[in-house]
Write a protein that binds this ligand. Structure first.
Ligand code: NAD
Ligand code: 44H
Length: 505
């Protein structure tokens, strides 16, 4: 582990790879490459590198795991990142920085866990071949919510299958055949996608593909009985490559690392499963903040409603006011106070969990948002805000109204801000919204939703529709919210009032 210090002498910057490693790191790297591949990782993205692979680094450092990782990208566009990883022999630095319980943490940890790089679109046979390895034990993935989805694919086993669950189904089928359905050949499958009950969902899709492809019933039974699809919840803010500071970090590290991965010190992984599974992947034994739990729901609810809810809320309000990063919004006297009010007075009180524990978590979340070293872009968080708002904030809005008989003021303002943010027009295939000061900003969301909102706003601006009608239409759009929000007394009027105030500004 290196500690980032201030000014060191400028060094030459060879590319980070095994040839540029110092002796102590080289021996660590060589030891790792001698381990058999025990983990197949589907996903070359930032999150896994700053979370799971970092954890594997901790296991390796403590001598608790004698297995390496084969990494593969879930879609063709990931090939460039995979090649970059390969050029660096799978080595990179996790830059872990922030303030935790008042203590400043600033570390650059060299991560060395990958021993194999497989592009399934070019090396399909190698990919499938790995399924026959007796040492392989775990599959981990993060392919975003869009990746963990059913996508029909016709039976064509000789060609790379596009979707992740499709690939996984064929991979498991090859394994089932290679080990003649032996019960011990089952794998532990750990999806990290932020999808509720991600393990159950993945298993469901795998079985659907098995059905589509007429795979034998005993295979389906083997999938269900001898493979573990674990539901889990991940929590760590990983912002990826720290563009603004890359040069100075490389200078301090003395190498050129194109895969620097920035993350906060906080992390939590709650996995629904028997604590005995820690024997298979000794995360708890390594002292990591990992919990094998019987019921994941409280963790999921707490994190999605508080952390992700606050993110979605502050992204909508912050972007409209011309801010770029999470920290800027939370630090702002007026907007920051509103974010705190939303979390402490609107979100926390309606969660059916221990209030003291929730408040502790909420305080921690605010501290994490204030991390001075992390540049967390509001535009990244705001991507697909409509569906995020539906899952992360609407349930709170409804519970609050039911419990207190009035609307939560900040959440209502956030919903109005979101509607205002989506006053978009199309330009070269992109949707451009307007901040309150009239400046443009790109809005990224489902194109059909964006088109509908664009049309409504255009009709208002051309005087063909009243603003109140737009509000009525948007709140009543079941495709957006899965329900009619106009049924919530007073919501339409409150949103109207906010929109008019914004326009007056
Ligand atoms: N970055 C974080 O702080 C953080 C924290 C917790 C959870 N997450 C989850 O991670 C996801 C983003 O990952 P990231 O930060 O590593 O971003 P990233 O862009 O670095 O990686 C995204 C990964 O998902 C794959 N992917 C994207 N769309 C896909 C699709 N349609 N089908 C298959 N694969 C697809 C990409 O190829 C890549 O491997 C989010 O959806 C979020 O749910 C991120
Ligand atoms: O990753 P998304 O786009 O689903 O949501 C944006 C953020 O809320 C999210 O990435 C959090 O930072 C993360 O969930 C923290 O664990």
């Amino acid at each position: 582990m290196l500690t980032i210090t201030s000014d060191q002498e400028p060094l030459q910057y060879p590319l980070l790879n095994k040839n540029s490693l110092k002796a102590n790191h080289l021996s660590q790297y060589v030891r790792m490459t001698e381990y058999p591949v025990k983990v197949l990782q589907i996903g070359e993205g930032n999150f896994l590198r700053g979370f799971f692979d970092w954890m594997m680094g901790q296991l390796h450092m403590r001598g608790l795991y004698e297995g390496s990782i084969a990494v593969t990208q879930p879609r063709p566009t990931g090939a460039a990142k995979l090649q970059e990883l390969q050029r660096q022999d799978g080595l990179y630095h996790a830059i872990i920085r922030g303030i935790q319980q008042g203590e400043r943490i600033e570390e650059a940890e060299l991560i060395a866990g990958f021993s194999m790089f497989i592009d399934p679109y070019q090396e399909w046979d190698t990919f499938l071949g790995l399924s026959a390895s007796p040492e392989l034990d775990i599959i981990v993935s993060n392919t975003t919510e869009a990746g963990l989805a059913y996508q029909f694919s016709s039976w064509n086993p000789d060609k790379p299958i596009r979707s992740y669950p499709g690939k996984l189904t064929l991979f498991l089928y090859h394994r089932y055949v290679a080990f003649s359905a032996h019960p011990d050949s089952g794998l532990m499958i750990m999806p990290c996608e932020l999808v509720e009950r991600n393990g159950d969902r993945l298993q469901e899709i795998v079985l659907q593909h098995a059905e589509d492809w007429n795979l034998p019933e005993p295979f389906k039974r083997w999938v269900m009985e001898h493979n573990l699809f674990l539901n889990s919840l991940v929590d760590r803010i990983v912002t990826g490559f720290p563009q603004a500071e890359a040069e100075s970090l490389n200078k301090q590290l003395g190498v050129q690392d194109k895969l620097l991965t920035a993350a906060e010190p906080y992390y939590l992984w709650a996995i629904e499963g028997d604590p005995a599974l820690d024997g298979r992947l000794p995360l708890k034994q390594a002292g990591l903040n990992v919990h094998w739990v019987a019921d994941l729901r409280p963790f999921q609810l707490r994190k999605v409603r508080i952390l992700n809810g606050a993110h979605t809320l502050l992204a909508a309000i912050g972007l409209l006011h011309g801010f770029r990063e999470v920290r800027e919004v939370v630090q702002h006297a007026e907007l920051g106070a509103r974010v705190r009010q939303a979390v402490m007075e609107e979100i926390v009180p309606v969660l059916p969990l221990d209030t003291d524990e929730l408040k502790r978590y909420a305080e921690e979340v605010i501290e994490r948002f204030l991390n001075p070293f992390i540049q967390h872009q509001l535009t990244d968080i705001a991507m697909n805000s409509l569906s995020k708002f539906k899952v992360r904030l609407i349930p709170t809005l409804i519970s609050y109204r039911e419990r207190f008989g009035v609307l939560p003021p900040i959440l209502t303002e956030a919903l109005a801000s979101l509607i205002r943010l989506y006053n978009v027009h199309e330009e070269d295939g992109r949707y451009i919204g307007r901040r309150l000061d009239g400046m443009d900003l790109v809005v990224r969301d489902d194109a059909a939703h964006l088109r509908r909102l664009q049309q409504l706003w255009e009709q208002v601006e051309q005087g063909e529709r009243k603003l109140s009608e737009l509000v009525d239409q948007v709140l009543g759009d079941r495709e957006l919210w899965d329900s009619d929000l106009n049924e919530m007394d007073g919501l339409g009027d409150a949103i109207m009032a906010h929109l008019l105030t914004m326009e007056r500004r």
